[in-house]
Design a protein around this ligand. Sequence first.
Ligand code: NAD
Length: 502
Amino acid sequence: MLFQSKSSSAALSSMAEERKISFDADDAALLVEELRGRFNLGRTKSYEWRVTQLKGISKMIDEREKEILEALQKDLSKPEIEAFLTEINLLSSSCKLAIKELKHWMMPKKVKTPLLTFPSSAEIVSEPLGVVLIISAWNFPLLLSLDPVIGAIAAGNAVVLKPSELAPATSSLLSNLLPKYVDNAAIRVIEGGVSEASALLVQKWDKILYTGGRQVGKIVMAAATEHLTPVVLELGGKCPTVVDSNVDLRVTARRIITGKWACNNGQACIGVDYIITTKDFAPKLIDALRREIEKFFGKDPIVSKDTSRIVNLSHFTRLTKLLNEDGISSKIVLGGQTDENNLKIAPTILLDVPEDSLLMTEEIFGPLLPIITVQRLEDCFNLIKSKPKPLAAYLFTKDRQLKKKFIDNVSAGGMLINDTALHFTVPTLPFGGVEESGMGSYHGKFSFEAFSHKKAVFHRFFLGDQSIRYPPYTPTKTKILKTLVSGDIFRIIRALVRCFKA
Ligand code: NAD
């Protein structure tokens, strides 16, 4: 059994306690100074340096797959295929894409210039920001750590990564492996928890990308404000899934199950948080979900090896508290079993829990799934709008009008029609939240952009200097200038002729 027992959890947290004193604000200041020195010497800027680091990460993922899978098993009992698809494979693709596209991404982009500034040319030059900090979360501990690192390196920055202490095996693996594959002089891993994160956060960074919950997101943003450091906040929220009756019910059920229980057992920022459907359709949907859950995870899904476990006792307790709230147990229509020793909770569906229950006011981040019924499906819009803007919103329907209405009316970080979570895997789409679900985005080229400054470079030439822009200002010059800005091409040509004569 690879489940982490309570005693081993305790041992890990005491190890984390011991580690606390090993890295303080002075160490963090020295680290940043060291990395800034290397950055200022231009170490990280060349294409060659960037591509070598990216190839190093790619090699590490290939060569150390077994160790990575073991670490993910230790941290979360992640089923191997899920770990492979959602962490290793996504990361590997992200790295390969960056290696393939890097030259193109780095190339200055020519842009048009106005006639008024003729003759001139302009370009947008992507320049690295400097020394950046990445603080990641425990639920996809490898992917959420290294995917932003790939973007930061591709953009030519020096990087400090602080993985989550709540996934200690992956954190330790990253700290041991990364220096063997990348330039340790400019890319560092600092392990630890709140104390180490706090020591890092008081430093001046050139960008911080934080993945995690909202409360800590506020702490990160407040710390960044001190130095006017820009931030990307990859937060979470309650992701709604609206299910119309005009669907392929079996496919819908399978995809909802995948986006909930086969996606780190609901411990995913883009996991299905709650379903909205009509009163009439709910019984059919519940039957379909029940049937498919049994096919996927067996008659007793709590013992299935095909779902991750809850990360630790504190999250297990948090989730059971949601289930144990007054009046909630009677709403369970499937599952509800819990196993504290193995940190497992069965896939659990609840019907029409109160709007003000914890299940409907907090992000669930676990295997509990409330279904809220409405008279008409259109009522879903008011319900979704009554909550903070989610990181993801899902809709299942064949109805074109409804799809359009959903896209037009629901604001969310990202949206997926007729599936769940998959949009996360599309590197041509930006991944990030809106308002309380986060700010900024990354993935693919968006990662490169998140860690680059777009420098505006404008070129003028000494030829064609026109006295019209210089004092003394005369009525003729004013007239010509007004014509030039008018946009009327014939008037402009006439004015230019006059202007060259002036
Ligand atoms: P977590 O507990 O692992 O915390 C995230 C990071 O913040 C860790 O590295 C941790 O050490 C650090 N941290 C914790 N307390 C801190 C403090 N007081 N000061 C400074 N740093 C601190 O992760 P979590 O918050 O439990 O993660 C779950 C949340 O993250 C959910 O809300 C989820 O939706 C969100 N999430 C978002 C994404 C995304 O990509 N948008 C991905 C995964 C998780």
